[in-house]
Design a protein around this ligand. Structure first.
Ligand SMILES: Cc1cc2nc3c(=O)[nH]c(=O)nc-3n(C[C@H](O)[C@H](O)[C@H](O)COP(=O)(O)OP(=O)(O)OC[C@H]3O[C@@H](n4cnc5c(N)ncnc54)[C@H](O)[C@@H]3O)c2cc1C
Length: 356
């Protein structure tokens, strides 16, 4: 009985590790030269996330301190709001799943055909349907992150990002997020970030938005880089991307469709926070899936996994729904919960926003 994992980023690599340890026969596909996203930060938004993370580390028998390159402060509008850990993700992923074990081929086991239905609460639920050519696998796991192996359609709530890696002599040690803008009536969320990278003097700078074009975003990021670094910097590389801001939804997390088991982990399962922090979930979700499958078998395990993940991380969906509906009363609460800033600071942040 074989299992297929499509994607060898953080989530796919960890799942491979756990399943192999449990004695499963696993194939991993990844066409990428650089595996996974180069984002490096772990930001924990509550105690439960922290304790689950520790549990996974214990199980892996790794000391995460071996991979932490820096501790940085998450700063919003000049205020420290959370701690974040910059880790050497490439080293970590490579240790968990060496690239020589990956089949370098893009795996698209699912067609873009989806069934959509509306549930009792008025939510649109999309379900996968399978194609024949993945039939050798008893279970197919979508760990493809932002690129959505199984869902090739565009979603209205996709978040576009434009990112640069630059090199500069100007030293910045903090992780910065700026210009959070929320607008009533429209699903809007825009921010910039600067992350010091592993190599000193190198920074990851990006901008995310629901509604700006890539050209607008690029010129805004360049303006921002100039503001922070002056003209003393070199651009190492630049790319545009789409983060799937969709909700988790049970049908995305897993199910049995036409006799085949399907599950999603990490970002492919919608496990991403409103500020794009997905590394923590890409770390935890494969652990939960592997444990459920090992204990209950594939079919029951998937049902248990999706219930467990939906329950454990339900706050992610609640936040996304509140943002989408722009329930202005809920937004300060969300910011407070996810970033640990006081209610009055949240309100101030909202008032300052040029879009509100
Ligand atoms: C610009 C940016 C900045 C971010 N910043 C942060 C941050 O600061 N902190 C944080 O916690 N999170 C951040 N995130 C989110 C975080 O990177 C993701 O949530 C996390 O990497 C998700 O891990 P994953 O393993 O699910 O997917 P990924 O890391 O995206 O890995 C997916 C893998 O699947 C492969 N793949 C794609 N298509 C196929 C296919 N058809 N077949 C086979 N393989 C395929 C890809 O090559 C890739 O290696 C950021 C994301 C972006 C885009």
């Amino acid at each position: 009985m074989k299992i297929c994992i499509a994607g060898a980023g953080l989530a796919g690599s960890l799942l491979y590790y756990f399943l192999k340890n449990f004695g499963f026969n696993v194939d991993v596909y990844d066409p990428g030269i650089i595996r996974g996203c180069r984002s490096l930060n772990f930001v924990f938004q509550n105690k439960e996330e922290r304790s689950l993370f520790k549990k996974v580390c214990k199980y892996l028998n790794v000391d995460i301190n071996d991979y932490i390159v820096k501790e940085a402060d998450l700063i919003i509008n000049d205020k420290k709001v959370n701690k974040c850990y910059i880790i050497n993700k490439t080293k970590f992923v490579e240790n968990v799943l060496p690239r020589t074990l990956i089949i370098h081929r893009e795996y698209k086991p699912m067609s873009s055909v989806m069934r959509a239905k509306v549930d009792g609460l008025g939510n649109l639920i999309k379900e996968y349907s399978s194609e024949d050519h993945g039939k050798d696998y008893k279970l197919i796991v979508d760990a493809s992150g932002v690129s959505k192996v199984m869902q090739e359609k565009k979603f209205n709530d996709d978040i576009k990002t434009c990112q640069f890696i630059i090199r500069s002599f100007k030293k910045i040690d903090d992780y910065i997020i700026e210009n959070i803008s929320l607008a009533k009536g429209k699903p809007l969320l825009q921010y910039f970030w600067i992350t010091p990278m592993v190599e000193d003097g190198t920074y990851h700078i990006g901008c995310s938005s629901y509604n700006m074009s890539y050209i607008e975003m690029k010129s805004k990021v360049l303006e921002y880089i100039k503001e922070v670094f002056g003209s003393g910097y070199d651009i190492v590389c630049n790319c545009n991307n789409v983060i799937n801001g969709s909700l988790m939804r049970e049908s995305r997390l897993g199910g049995i469709y036409k006799g085949r088991a399907i599950a999603s982990i990490g970002e492919a399962g919608g496990l991403i926070s409103l500020l794009g922090f997905g590394n923590v979930y890409a770390f935890i979700s494969p652990f939960l899936l592997a444990k459920c499958i090992n204990k209950y078998g594939i079919e029951d395990g998937i049902i248990r996994y999706k219930n467990l993940v939906s329950k454990t991380f339900s706050y992610l969906d609640e936040r996304k729904i509140a943002l989408k509906r722009c329930n202005i009363l809920k937004v300060p609460k969300i910011l407070k919960e996810s970033l640990s800033i006081s209610m009055s600071d949240c309100l101030e942040l909202m008032m300052k926003s040029y879009l509100y």
